[in-house]
Design a protein around this ligand. Structure first.
Ligand code: G
Ligand code: G
Ligand code: MN
Length: 575
């Protein structure tokens, strides 16, 4: 009996402690800003504890109820919330996300932890919700900057990539696709020159605001920088197909955007499209692919849309390979100079030679200059390559001049970039001095594209070169924006009629007339003419009959290594 009384009083006191403890726990949890959601996979039940009502006024009892929570958050946070709620679908153990509630100013941090059994099956999931408003209010601005681009309010690049990664993960297990549209406004730099940075910023802002109207749970819109935007689409189809979105944007761009000062601005847009998983195997690759496609579209047809094709990527990768090899080749000097003879029509003797670079890569494969020169021009390698060409050609040429007393000249092709280098003339002169070659034995071949950028500056430099005695030759004449009238003011000595005219000079009446006219005008202007790409006797005979001064082409000789040129010099001396 005594025992029983003792046991009862122990139990009572234990019970009291328990009630006190659970009251304390309730008090603490109800006054705190935290709630927990515990899910058991085994019996598909959910318990919510602590301050659940503080966050949500709905009941969640099974896993299928979880999507109810989407209703409570601002639309742009639905996706991050969803991914945090269902981390196990991405095979993860834990995840956190921040989101903003829809009808209050509350910021909530969510942390999910999944406990797996030994066989890797999920057992329990505990999700903690914490009110982080106070903390986030202080960081509101920095948060905004973390997620959004301040100019347009669109997602910034980093956050966009984050969200796109989630699209890509989701598409994997749902067996869907994700498309990326890479948008680049055309001639935006020119707009900046015309209306200034504030005007062009305002344009971006207006255009960005328009684009933001296209965003929704499955369509992410981002402003990368300047005039570059990117759109990510989950499971593109129907209203959110690439075509529909592109059509909406194109329609809008048909009308100008009106800036605050009343200026109307119309721009066109070039778009590259790539789709996961066809074009790329991960998110960054997908964006890169769409960008490469956009560049290709721009090169062909500004203001258009282009879809991924494998050949575009292959070309690009090949260029990258060449670019890398090129760096190596510059370093290890895998180049050599070939020379192609030029003959005078008056006596069929050697006028001079054109120096043409040749590049043999490690496997002895010849890579053509029309393939690698444009790449070298883009990445700047043309400057060291060009310097090497000049020195090597003049070195070889000087050898011939020493060996043979035969007057001739060497033509060097120079790129605009190379030509624009400040020390270009000084370097050239010092090489001439080093090899004791007179400037009037050097001819520089320039193309018309050199004149597009800064006509005044370029012509001033040409004049300077000519004053020294160096000859200037206009290469590929007839293929650029050639006009015979601008030739009058241009300091050139020689004009090379492009191969494309010579090709058809004996078969096409127009080519014949154009060639004849050019030769005639050149003579009138007191310049010298060279016909390029002469391959047949008929072409040669015709050119001689219209008194074209010089001939270059396979008819007389292909580009050849220097030793072979010596034979031609000897022939000219002999006869
Ligand atoms: O020699 P070939 O037909 O492959 O030359 C193709 C093109 O490459 C031509 O337009 C020619 O002008 C250019 N090219 C050849 N050698 C040089 C060079 O040394 N410098 C520059 N800038 N262009 C070159
Ligand atoms: O653009 P540029 O003039 O620099 O180009 C010179 C190139 O034209 C040389 O590299 C050479 O390979 C090429 N070439 C020269 N003569 C002929 C010719 O008669 N026929 C063909 N098909 N190509 C030529
Ligand atoms: Mn040339």
């Amino acid at each position: 009996m005594k025992d029983l009384t003792g046991q009862i009083s122990t139990l009572e006191s234990l019970n009291k402690d328990l009630i006190k403890a659970s009251k304390l726990l309730r008090l603490i949890s109800e006054t705190s800003n935290v709630a927990y959601l515990c899910y058991s996979y085994e019996d598909n039940t959910i318990d919510t504890i602590a301050n659940w009502d503080y966050f949500f006024d709905c009941k969640v009892e099974t896993h299928e109820d979880l999507p109810k929570l989407y209703e409570y958050v601002e639309v742009k946070y639905v996706l991050p919330l969803k991914d945090a709620l269902f981390v196990e679908k991405r095979g993860m153990k834990s995840a956190t996300a921040d989101f903003k509630m829809k009808d209050s100013r509350m910021w909530v941090e969510i942390e999910t932890n999944v406990i797996y059994d030994e066989e890797g099956r999920p057992q329990d999931k505990i999700i903690r919700f914490t009110d982080v408003t106070k903390f986030n209010m202080q960081n509101d601005e920095s948060n905004y900057i973390t997620y959004c681009d301040p100019l347009t309010g669109l997602y910034n690049r980093n956050y966009f990539i984050n969200l796109l990664v989630q699209f890509v993960c989701r598409s994997d297990y749902k067996d869907k696709t994700v498309s990326v549209m890479f948008l680049d406004l055309d001639d935006f730099r020119k707009l900046g020159d015309d209306i200034g940075i504030y005007g062009s910023d305002e344009y971006i802002k207006l255009f960005g605001q328009f684009l933001s109207g296209l965003s929704n749970e499955n369509v992410l819109v981002s402003h990368f920088n300047a005039d570059i935007f990117c759109i990510g689409i989950y499971d593109p189809c129907g209203e959110r197909s690439v075509e529909t979105i592109y059509n909406k944007i194109s329609e809008r761009l048909k009308e100008p955007f009106v800036l605050s000062d009343g200026k109307k601005v119309s721009l066109t847009l070039t778009v590259g499209v790539a789709e996961y998983p066809i074009a790329a195997s991960d998110t960054l690759e997908l964006i890169n692919c769409a960008e490469i496609v956009m560049f290709r579209a721009k090169a062909g047809n500004k203001g258009s849309i282009k879809y991924f094709e494998k050949s575009i990527l292959d070309d690009f990768l090949q260029n990258v390979t060449i670019e890398n090899k090129l760096k190596e080749a510059v370093f290890s000097q895998n180049f050599m100079m070939y020379f192609q003879p030029q003959y005078k029509t008056s006596d069929n003797k050697l006028r001079g030679v054109e120096a043409l670079i040749r590049w043999k890569d490690k496997s002895d494969k010849i890579i053509r200059p029309d393939v690698f020169i444009p790449i070298a021009e883009k990445n700047g390698a043309i400057v060291p390559i060009g310097s090497w060409v000049i020195e090597e050609s003049i070195r070889i040429y000087a050898g011939w001049r020493k060996k043979y007393d035969y007057p001739m000249l060497v033509s060097l092709n120079v790129s605009a970039i190379q030509y624009k280098q400040k020390d270009f003339i000084d370097n050239l002169m010092s090489i001439l001095n080093k090899y004791c070659i007179s400037p009037d034995e050097i001819e520089l071949e320039i193309t018309e594209t050199i004149l597009i950028d800064d006509f005044k500056e370029i012509t001033a430099k040409l004049k300077e070169l000519r004053d020294i005695g160096i000859k200037i030759s206009m290469d590929d004449f007839g293929t650029g924006y050639s006009s015979l009238s601008y030739l009058k003011g241009l300091p050139v000595d020689t004009l090379k009629i492009d191969k494309s005219f010579i090709d058809t000079v004996t078969t096409d009446e127009n080519s014949r007339i154009i060639t004849e006219t050019i030769v005639y005008m050149v003579k009138k202007l007191g310049l010298e003419s060279i016909a390029e790409g002469v391959e047949t006797k008929e072409q040669y005979d015709f050119l001689k009959s219209i008194e074209c001064d010089n001939i270059q082409g396979f008819y007389f000789g292909k580009p050849m290594p220097p030793e072979k040129i010596e034979k031609l010099i000897e022939e000219s001396i002999a006869g």
